[in-house]
Ligand binder design. Structure first.
Ligand code: FAD
Length: 286
């Protein structure tokens, strides 16, 4: 079933995984995917390096494994460091593997890599993919504003260009304060954006990881979230359990507020995904 169709029927529940480091065996992610399959997500997305480091082939392999497992795959595709010819080759690979869902991204600008300048914004890639076949195209959005934009207003104006170029649904950057998501959703709707918006939820797995994510993505930290990190920072198991509870609370509130979907950044941790899925599946499928 196309992802668009699922949004019409229910609150979408999806997972995100990333390819293992080149030093790790691909079997580690395959084991994770087997466990995630049992949780019956609506789709699983696979990240793709913007650095041109060649993990695109790995992302395609992983997407094929997801499909083999009977789950719908989506592959992320960042464009800033790729030429049109390179994007053509990836799209051909997607067609050969019958991968129909793409998260079209610009990618972060890396000071050590000269951008190829053939696709400047994700919207350029969206327009291009639209001209190349019948894909479901997702785009990224930022409830607390993308760091390159001067204001949320400017960012939402740019988001309108991306959606108008042919985005079917949006997946948000992680956030820890649901109010920022609600405010963003309201402002996006007021600007005329009417595609489904999935909320990106990142459960706390460990303190270092969260701090790294927060400095790079700019998510604000509500006081109760900071209290949890401080209270349990020296007790990894308690921090993990509290993080799971925090994510579950966020999801319950989002679903009650009519969110279109929840996109769980699993960090390849099937245990955490299972705990969250077990806690919210009755609510999501109600
Ligand atoms: P864009 O939509 O191009 O926006 C980037 C900036 O440019 C924004 O400030 C926007 O306001 C501005 N802008 C957009 N269009 C225009 C325009 N027409 N004119 C002027 N300004 C404009 N990165 C990876 O490398 N690999 C991944 O797998 C990956 N997965 C991600 C998954 C999700 C759900 C999210 C939220 C992000 C992901 N990223 C990934 C990170 C993403 O690549 C970065 O956040 C990147 O900096 C922006 O990508 P974008 O597609 O949102 O860019």
């Amino acid at each position: 079933m196309k992802i668009n169709e699922i949004f019409k029927k229910k609150t979408v529940f999806s997972f995100e995984v990333f390819p293992p480091k080149q030093t790790s065996s691909i079997d580690t992610i395959y084991r994770t995917l087997d466990e995630l399959r049992d949780l019956e997500p609506d789709f699983i997305s696979v990240t793709f390096s913007a650095g041109g480091s060649g993990n695109g082939a790995l992302a395609c392999e992983i997407a094929s494994k997801i499909k083999e497992n009977g789950v719908t795959p989506m592959v992320h595709l960042p464009c800033i460091n790729y030429t049109k010819a390179e994007i053509d080759s990836v799209l051909s690979e997607f067609k050969a593997r019958d991968i129909k869902n793409i998260l079209a991204l610009r990618g972060d600008v890396n000071p050590n890599i000269e951008p190829k300048k053939e696709f400047l914004h994700a919207s350029d890639l969206v327009t291009y993919i639209r001209s190349q076949g019948d894909f479901h195209i997702a785009g990224a959005c930022y409830p607390e504003c993308h760091p390159d934009a001067h204001s949320l207003e400017e960012d939402i104006r740019n988001l309108c260009i991306k959606v108008d170029a042919g985005v079917d649904h949006l997946i948000s950057q992680l956030f820890f304060d649901n109010e920022s998501f609600y405010e963003f959703r309201y402002r996006a709707a007021s600007a005329g954006i009417n595609v489904p918006i999935e909320a990106g939820i990142m459960p706390v797995v460990n303190k270092n990881q969260i701090e790294r994510m927060v400095t790079t993505c700019g998510a604000s930290l509500p006081r109760k979230f900071v209290r949890i990190m401080q209270k349990y920072e020296h007790n990894p198991e308690a921090l993990r359990d509290a993080g799971i509870a925090y994510a579950v609370n966020q999801i319950v509130d989002l679903v009650a507020s009519g969110v279109d979907g929840i996109h769980l950044y699993t960090m390849n941790n099937a245990y955490v995904a299972r705990k969250i899925s077990d806690a919210v599946s009755g609510i999501i499928n109600a």
